[in-house]
Every structure is written in structure tokens, then in C-alpha cells.
Write a protein that binds this ligand. Structure first.
Ligand code: UDP
Length: 253
């Protein structure tokens, strides 16, 4: 069935969710659109959706193999993947290993300085409010998630961080920070928190471990150029480029 005939469930800045082929499933479509600064800066980066679909598939599959349950079921096409429908927890969960971005600004830390330990932060998913930083007190008081949910989310986030740090270090990339989202599924009336959304250079800060060259969305945010080339380099180092269409393998320009 073509997308035009599928029921659109939700359209975000970089992805669209369509009704899936079976109950309890959705189709996640990766757009080429890039936005930054809460949608103030916009562009279309040809091929980004294809690369992020493939990188996210690779990372989610590996995480599933080490027992980090997530929403990914299988890739359907260049830009689409079949996922489990979840109740999204309205939080952006950020995990940081090295100071950068908003943390550097907020606390006056030089970008690139290592943190004493991995730090997890929570932001409320609300574009109108600019995704404000919130504490566990806010999360439980306003019922966005329970204390148990927060414990599960933090434990899963640290497992994702340990795994991704090693995965990227193996291809000479430093995982500076990343953002993930979680959803709730129901198993025999018991809730379980699983990883959802995507993991890609749109949602991670990835620096070449030798040169500190940025290979992520900061190239777009900060007008550094070569955005697609950098995303392609991450895909190439992960070994997923051979499954890309020739137009992307050979360069898009
Ligand atoms: N991030 C994201 N989506 C957001 C905000 C942040 O994917 O809406 C990612 C971002 O790419 C980085 C990490 O989360 O890898 C930490 O971002 P930060 O809080 O430093 O925000 P920024 O500097 O991007 O405003």
C-alpha cells in the first residue's frame, strides 16, 4: 500500500507515523527534512531519511540482541520501518559523556571537556515550551511517568550508553551525548518500558575520536557544511553502506 493511502497517525519534524499492517504496529517513515532550534531553522537534506532509517535499524537491532527491548520490528523499505505501537512517555531522555551543547551553555563548561560520570537529563517533550529541562519531582508530580518508570528508564539509558559508547569507539567515534525516547507497552495488564523513536546522527553527538571532527546534526545546526557526507561516513564506518542505493553510495551531489 502506498503512503498516500495509509492513515497518517502523527507527523513530526523528521518522521511520520502511519497506521501499520496489523493492530499494535505502526510504520515509521524517515523524512529528509532537518530542523533545529525548535523548527526555526529548516532544510531538506537529500538522502538523510534513508541513512537514518538504516543506522537506526542497525543500532536498534544490536540493542535488541543484547536484551534492550525496543520498538523496532523490521525495515520495510528505504525510508520505512515497521515498529511496535507504544504509549510514548512525553520525555526526551538525554545522556551525556562529554560536555557539549545546552549543558556547556547552562553550566559554562567548555565543549569537549569530559564529564566526571555519565549524566542523564530529562526534558519535557513540548515544542511550544521549547522542551524544558525537568526534574524527577516534576515528572512524578505531573504523572508523566512513575518512580518505577524513571528507575527503568535510567537503567535502560545507561545500558544503551555503555553499548553505544563501545560500538562507536570501535569505529573511532566518541559518543559525546544522545537523546532517546521511551514508550510503554502492556503485557498481560503489566506495563513495560521499552526504547522507541530513533538513534541516528540526528539524535547523537558523534565526534571522530582522532580529530574531534563533528559527524552529526551539529554540522547542520552550526552551518559547518558536509552534513550528508558526515552522516554517510558514520553509516560507512558502521558497515551499513553496502545496503544503500547506489545513488547514495556514490554521493548525492
Ligand atoms: N537532541 C535531540 N533532540 C532534541 C534535543 C536534543 O536529538 O530536541 C540531542 C542532541 O542531538 C544532542 C543531545 O540530544 O545529541 C543533547 O542536546 P542538547 O541538550 O545539548 O541540545 P542542543 O545543544 O542540541 O540544543
Amino acid at each position: 500500500m502506498t503512503n498516500s493511502r495509509r492513515k497518517k497517525i502523527y507527523e513530526g519534524k523528521a518522521k511520520i507515523l502511519y497506521e501499520g499492517p496489523e493492530p499494535g504496529t505502526l510504520i515509521q517513515y524517515f523524512k529528509d527534512d532537518a530542523t533545529a532550534f525548535n523548527g526555526e531553522k529548516k532544510a531538506t537534506l537529500e538522502g538523510k531519511g534513508v541513512i537514518n532509517n538504516r543506522i537506526s535499524e542497525y543500532v536498534m537491532t544490536k540493542l535488541g540482541q543484547i536484551g534492550v527491548q525496543n520498538h523496532f520490528i523490521r525495515r520495510l523499505s528505504l525510508r520505512e520501518q515497521l515498529i511496535r505501537e507504544v504509549e510514548i512517555i512525553p520525555l526526551e531522555v538525554i545522556c551525556r559523556n562529554v560536555a557539549a551543547g545546552s549543558l556547556s551553555k547552562r553550566l559554562g563548561l567548555e565543549e569537549g571537556s569530559p564529564l566526571p560520570r555519565s549524566i542523564i537529563e530529562f526534558c519535557l517533550k513540548d515544542d511550544k515550551l521549547n522542551d524544558p529541562l525537568v526534574s524527577e519531582e516534576h515528572i512524578t508530580a505531573f504523572n508523566w511517568a512513575s518512580t518505577q518508570d524513571i528507575d527503568d528508564i535510567m537503567a535502560l539509558t545507561l545500558r544503551v550508553n555503555d553499548f553505544l559508547t563501545g560500538l562507536f569507539l570501535g569505529i573511532n567515534i566518541t559518543l559525546v551525548d544522545f537523546k532517546i525516547e521511551f514508550g510503554r507497552i502492556w503485557e498481560n495488564d503489566f506495563p513495560r518500558i521499552i526504547l522507541a523513536d530513533e538513534i541516528s546522527p540526528d539524535s547523537c553527538r558523534l565526534w571522530d575520536a582522532t580529530t574531534n571532527e563533528k559527524l552529526d546534526k551539529d554540522r547542520f545546526r552550526r552551518d559547518l557544511g558536509n552534513v550528508i557526507e558526515s552522516y554517510t561516513e558514520v553509516a560507512r564506518r558502521l558497515g551499513v553502506m553496502n545496503e544503500m542505493p547506489t545513488v547514495i553510495q556514490g554521493g548525492l551531489h
